[in-house]
Design a binder for this molecule. Sequence first.
Ligand SMILES: O=C(O)CCC(=O)C(=O)O
Ligand SMILES: [Mn+2]
Length: 202
Amino acid sequence: MYQTKNNTPEPERIELNHESYLLIYPNWSQLNYQLLRNSIAWQQHSIRLFGKQVNEPRLSAWMGDPQCAYRYSQQLRLPIPWCEPLKELRQQLNRELGTYFNSVLANLYRDGGDAMGWHSDDEPELLKNAMIASLSFGCERRFLIREKKSRTKVGEWALGNGTLLIMAAKTQQYYEHSIARTKKTVGERINLTFRQIHISAQ
Ligand SMILES: O=C(O)CCC(=O)C(=O)O
Ligand SMILES: [Mn+2]
């Protein structure tokens, strides 16, 4: 396969529309799953749904530079400090992609019952139209994309261990994504979405 000068193989590029695209790099990371799992202080968060507090169907952790507060699913999340493996992944991504990720949302899907509903990563704290880099580890799960307005599904990708998916340009403006539940017996999966929170001059 063609290699770029920093040894990253060329990605598959998927044009969603003329202003939005995805890049997929299979086997981008060889990080050990257990090391990653044990390095993150996982938390169970709850959300308010139809007037009741219910546990999110996954564990998660919000990590980043100290100024990176983030309002997500109606909760204010303050970042926990970088753990070593994620700090290194962040540096590698910033070096290879020319980005300035300052935070990451880590999600742990314990089995096929854990999932994530349709949404866009378009909260006001995020730098508008900045890339989001999503790294998957462990068992493969189906990542779905649909058009926001028409709710028409436009594609699905099986994200396997070590796969890097980039959502670029106006993907968050025009599209939503989700991780589907499955009745199949599947093992754990970790997903890391590296983000750029807008830090205002203080
Ligand atoms: O688990 C995934 O692949 C997607 C996670 C996601 O969309 C998010 O954290 O916002
Ligand atoms: Mn997302």
